[in-house]
Design a protein around this ligand. Structure first.
Ligand code: NAG
Ligand code: NAG
Ligand code: NAG
Ligand code: NAG
Ligand code: NAG
Ligand code: NAG
Ligand code: NAG
Ligand code: ZN
Length: 638
């Protein structure tokens, strides 16, 4: 007996909004509420792998569930083990008249995003070609509803107007779809084929329809960068197909950032793959699998409101990842979800910005080097039950590390008890110390304030940000970081009035060990800068603060080697693979360098040969209600 809900078609729409120099937010949830949810017929057919459609007239009908079970039973002697997810991208013809430049930008960004996600997530691979199912509600006029008849739940009449399956703006090729047939009589085995079985897609675990075009949705709202839907899940609830539309105008700007686009795509892809409020309740618990049990059990409701009304995800990996991050054993530490723009008691598809600032799944994306594929996000993907996640590839979040369970709460963020938050509006350093910043808030911080990178020239690691005057001893370049300082050169006749007040300044640093480093200011020697201390520099008045626990501690916090370049041909700007060349000493790296596994290389090939890479831009791409932020914050909302 097949449960009618064994196969579901979901549509999640996501729009990414981009305003130059302005908040770009993810409106995933808003779009998603307008999406339709379709259920396929319980007897929706899937042909056995490698059976040519010609042989299947009338096709042998099997439910997806039966099919999957039989596949498992027929599995080779060694049980299948999870392998990197194969995300295949497919571009419909409408996408094809792009300029070479647009195509290259797009492909480079999507390919990198797909490669990264494939390196993180493994699945029990789809056996045989991936075939999507047809929506019985579309092709069928009625089903046989008498449960005592032979053709119970089969389609009795075709919908004469049925043409094809679509997902968002994409018409799914018949070749990707299972066939369907009609049983004209309730009791007769006679079947009429309505559509033949497609060939399906070989070596594919997730099919990403990628559309690069100027759609009405793109045109309607200048701030829309991309939007996406997730179209279909398999019998275990794992999403298997999605669409991403990238608005082509957004790819042509002079300020185009490859890294920011990659992160946008990853963000959307992670929404599509399961980090979505509409999928939270379908997450499954597979912890018993390691003890030999063959099945996973539903987790049921995983989001609950904590004592203060904050929605949180309470699943085991998420809780322990957050406990580890904040250095707390508090069992109430579920993954805090964004409460802004969400009805009371409802969950959002993003992490709370105050608690998990900088996460790839926060509603706002910072400057690319500050956006982290963090351990809590990976824990959430692990807790979907659909993926085995390579946690060793998590990037250090840094934000909130060791700050305790109250970190990020509205009641404590303004108490000056944490160096991650600031008060007032002065100049200082972004918490990763790659940028100078200004103490600011945004709507997601709800009054809490942090040092945000300035719009212009705040990257210490950019040589070109260095100016003429050096009364403060600033030095810019790849090895420079931000320090709180009020240094002023001795003998300096014209110190600006602001000269003596403490602010964020860029000085060179070099690592001497974990959390041990030296600094150099203009014209000075290298000087030891003991973490947590304040030092003086010869030739200068005032002093420099040496941050504790931020510098020379994380091997994966480095300036991007190359961003805002147009067509990165290789993975050189991949933060996973960036070599922390600032360090001329060594200690065991926190994680092994990312290598392309054979499996992800396969994906890569697949992605390339299908023309455009896959972007399941699960960003909240929204056509509809795109909020325009007049603020001048410098980051990206997803
Ligand atoms: C793409 O096709 C549209 C019409 O379908 C046309 O207006 C546009 O100029 C084409 N773009 C390119 C780059 O050829
Ligand atoms: C269902 O089918 C059976 C067998 O064909 C028949 O006896 C019965 O009357 C049908 N029930 C209804 C409600 O049509
Ligand atoms: C038949 O198909 C058309 C086109 O897909 C659709 O608009 C219509 O709602 C369908 N009718 C029924 C009864 O399912
Ligand atoms: C922070 O300040 C608020 C009021 O400003 C106070 O109620 C709260 O107890 C303080 N918390 C800590 C940890 O100091
Ligand atoms: C940013 O810097 C550029 C070049 O230095 C300058 O042209 C531009 O006006 C600056 N923008 C702001 C907002 O300061
Ligand atoms: C600053 O003044 C001292 C003596 O007052 C002098 O020895 C030194 O060379 C001066 N340095 C600069 C940079 O002018
Ligand atoms: C630098 O700041 C410290 C306090 O933070 C202050 O005592 C000192 O006088 C300042 N020095 C200068 C040169 O402004
Ligand atoms: Zn989002």
């Amino acid at each position: 007996m097949v449960s009618p809900s064994s196969r579901r078609l979901w549509v999640l729409v996501v729009v990414l909004v981009e305003l130059p120099g302005v908040l770009q937010k993810c409106i995933f949830d808003e779009v998603q509420t307008q999406a339709r949810v379709v259920r396929a017929a319980p007897t929706d057919p899937i042909s056995p792998p490698n059976v040519h459609p010609l042989n299947t007239n009338p096709p042998r009908r099997r439910s997806s569930v039966t099919h999957r079970r039989s596949l498992r039973n027929m599995a080779p002697p060694t049980p299948a083990s999870p392998q990197p997810i194969r995300i295949r991208t497919w571009s419909p013809a409408e996408s094809h008249n792009l300029s070479e430049a647009e195509k290259e930008r797009m492909e480079a960004a999507v390919e990198e995003a797909v490669r990264k996600v494939s390196s993180l997530l493994s699945v029990i691979r789809v056996a045989g070609p991936l075939l999507l199912s047809r929506d019985v509600n579309k092709y069928c006029k009625f089903l046989w509803r008498n449960s005592s008849t032979a053709n119970y739940n089969r389609c009795g009449r075709a919908n004469k107007s049925y043409r094809s399956e679509t997902c968002l703006d994409v018409t799914i090729p018949d070749d990707h779809l299972a066939g369907c047939d009609i049983s004209p009589e309730a009791e007769s085995p006679l079947r009429t084929e309505l559509r033949p079985e497609g060939a399906g897609l070989p070596d594919t675990d997730f099919l990403l329809y990628l559309l690069l075009q100027a759609t009405d949705r793109c045109r309607a709202e200048p701030s829309v960068l991309a939007y996406a839907v997730h179209c279909q899940t398999d019998a275990d609830g794992r999403p298997v197909a999605g669409v991403v539309v990238l608005c082509r105008d957004r790819l042509t700007g002079a300020t185009y950032s490859h890294q920011a686009t990659v992160q946008t795509v990853i963000h959307e892809l992670l929404h599509a793959l399961g980090f979505s409020k509409d999928l939270f309740h379908t997450w499954t618990d597979c912890s018993s699998k390691s003890q030999g049990s063959a099945v996973c059990s539903p987790r049921g409701k995983v989001t609950h409101s904590d004592g203060s009304g904050q929605m949180r995800i309470y699943t085991p990996s998420v809780i322990s990842a957050l406990q580890r991050l904040l250095g707390s054993a508090d069992p109430e530490l579920g993954g805090a979800l964004e409460n802004l723009d969400v009805l009371l008691g409802k969950a959002s598809s993003h992490w709370e910005a105050r608690v998990l600032q900088g996460s790839i799944m926060a509603a706002v994306l910072d400057d690319p080097p500050a956006v982290r594929i963090d351990p809590v996000t990976l824990a959430a993907l692990q807790d979907t039950g659909w993926y085995t996640v390579d946690m060793s590839r998590a990037q250090s979040l840094v934000w909130g590390e060791g700050e305790g369970s109250m970190f990020g709460s509205l009641s404590t963020c303004q108490n000056k008890s944490s160096s991650f938050f600031c008060t007032g509006s002065g100049s200082g350093c972004h918490y990763l110390h790659l940028h100078k910043g200004e103490c600011q808030t945004d709507r997601y911080l709800e009054g809490c304030r942090v040092y945000k990178p300035l719009k212009n020239g705040s990257e210490c690691w950019k040589e070109e940000n260095g100016g003429e005057e050096d009364w403060s001893g600033e030095m810019f370049g790849f090895h420079s970081r931000c320090f709180f300082s009020n240094l002023t050169r001795q003998n300096q006749s014209e110190v600006p009035s602001s000269g003596s007040s403490e602010e964020g300044r860029c000085y060179r640093h070099r690592c001497r060990g974990p959390d041990r480093y030296q600094v150099q200011v203009s014209g000075s020697e290298w000087v030891d800068c003991p973490a947590g201390d304040t030092i003086k520099i010869k030739g200068y008045l005032g002093s420099v603060h040496c941050p504790d626990g931020r510098l020379c501690r994380y091997d994966d916090i480095t300036p991007p080697s190359n961003d805002v370049t147009t067509f990165p041909a290789s993975a050189t700007s991949d933060p996973y693979e960036a070599v922390p060349s600032a360090q001329d000493w060594s200690w065991p790296p926190l994680r092994p360098p990312a290598e392309l596994t054979a499996a992800s290389a396969l994906c890569l090939t697949a992605a390339v040969c299908v023309l455009s890479a896959a972007v399941v831009c699960y960003r909240k791409c929204c056509s509809c209600r795109v909020r325009i932020h007049a603020a001048s914050e410098h980051h990206t909302d997803l």
